[in-house]
Design a protein around this ligand. Structure first.
Ligand code: NAD
Length: 327
């Protein structure tokens, strides 16, 4: 199976070649877009990541060029036009789980860094400033953590936070007994928003969850709440976050994902002026930490992504089930 791997970085190449050095893989660092889709001509399989464009016009070009399988290196598939893929006879496969620990632990890293202001302390001591003003944090023990989405990642996150001695509120249309076993209490979303000190988003992006966090939901939160989003950027209305930060309603914000990340993340743009004014404003707040969609980035997760993706391609080629997603 000739496979072209879009948006591939050195760490992708290492993990895929480590998983199977004999696979016919062609690595492309560029993102898949309408402009770059011609590169896939003649490839049976297009291997894509989260910020690759898999909208109808791109899928039509891929199908016309002979592609028959879209092998996603992600669990999320909100960026794929599944209806068009089906119409064109394109199979879409994904990696349903690789390491819930990677993402859950990154959410916890954001909480700890924001709370104890590690980003500020790091810069301060390097400048020879050993003062402590403005670095006061809070004990996590006894605080209430609201977990929105208690699937694989949310449940792993809940277990870690229970270990800190936090109380757990959960919101998910499907209850997870492992979260209830930790003492997690399932409530409706407004109750979770009103009573949590820290809120972390772990639900998929779909029509029901787009801008789940908006001006109204931010208004329900306790003043000074910490919000963490390692799910998908469009779960939150970003301009509304800025307003909530300006008035102190939001006390801390940790983002690993951003609604407009596709043209920014995974590239070194440090020599270029930042054109995104919303992101630029967010980056001015001392109580905001943004990471560029790196929550998945552990050795274990990369190895599992490579292994499952290659297994999916092999299974599809043999006519077996391949973690297919359908409209
Ligand atoms: P999962 O399918 O195991 O769990 C998702 C949970 O969300 C399910 O329990 C589901 O019932 C629940 N849910 C669905 N609709 C909901 C709603 N309206 N409100 C609340 N909960 C709802 O998925 P997972 O593996 O835990 O991943 C969760 C999300 O994390 C993914 O969809 C993806 O967007 C994101 N993710 C981010 C990264 C990263 O690097 N930042 C990596 C992997 C996954």
């Amino acid at each position: 199976m000739r496979t072209i791997v879009f948006s591939s970085q050195a760490y992708d190449r290492d993990s895929f070649l480590g998983a199977n050095p004999t696979f016919d893989l062609h690595f492309q660092q560029v993102r898949l877009t309408l402009d770059t889709s011609a590169l896939a001509s003649g490839f049976d399989v297009v291997c894509a990541f989260i910020n690759d464009d898999l909208s109808a016009p791109v899928l039509e070009r891929l199908a016309a060029g002979g592609t028959r399988l879209i092998a996603l290196r992600s669990a999320g598939y909100n960026h794929v036009d599944l209806v068009t893929a089906k119409r064109l006879g394109l199979t879409v496969a994904r990696v349903p789980a690789y390491s819930p620990h990677a993402v859950a632990e990154h959410a916890v890293a954001l909480i700890l860094a924001l709370n104890r202001r590690l980003h500020r302390a790091y810069n301060r001591t390097r400048e020879g400033d050993f003062s402590l003003h403005g670095l006061t944090g809070f004990d996590l023990v006894g605080k209430t953590v609201g977990v929105v989405g208690t699937g694989k990642i949310g449940a792993t996150f809940a277990r870690i936070m229970a270990g800190f001695g936090c109380g757990l509120l959960a919101y998910d249309p499907n209850r997870n007994p492992s979260v209830e076993a930790l003492g997690g209490l399932y409530v409706e979303l407004p109750e979770l928003l009103t009573n949590s000190d820290i809120i972390s988003l772990h639900c998929p992006l779909n029509d029901a969850t787009r801008h789940l966090i908006n001006a109204e939901s931010l208004g329900r939160m306790k003043p000074g709440t910490m919000l963490i989003n390692t799910g998908r950027g469009a779960l939150v209305d970003t301009p509304a976050l800025i307003e909530a930060l300006k008035c102190g309603q939001l006390g801390y914000l940790g983002l690993d994902v951003y609604e407009e990340e596709a043209n920014l993340f995974f590239e070194d743009r440090s020599d270029l002026p930042l054109q995104d004014d919303v992101l630029a404003r967010l980056l001015t707040f001392p109580n905001v930490i943004i990471t560029a969609h790196q929550a998945f980035l552990t050795r274990e997760a990369l190895a599992a992504i490579a292994r499952t993706t290659l297994d999916n391609i092999t299974a599809w080629a043999a006519g077996r089930s391949c973690n297919q997603v359908e409209a």
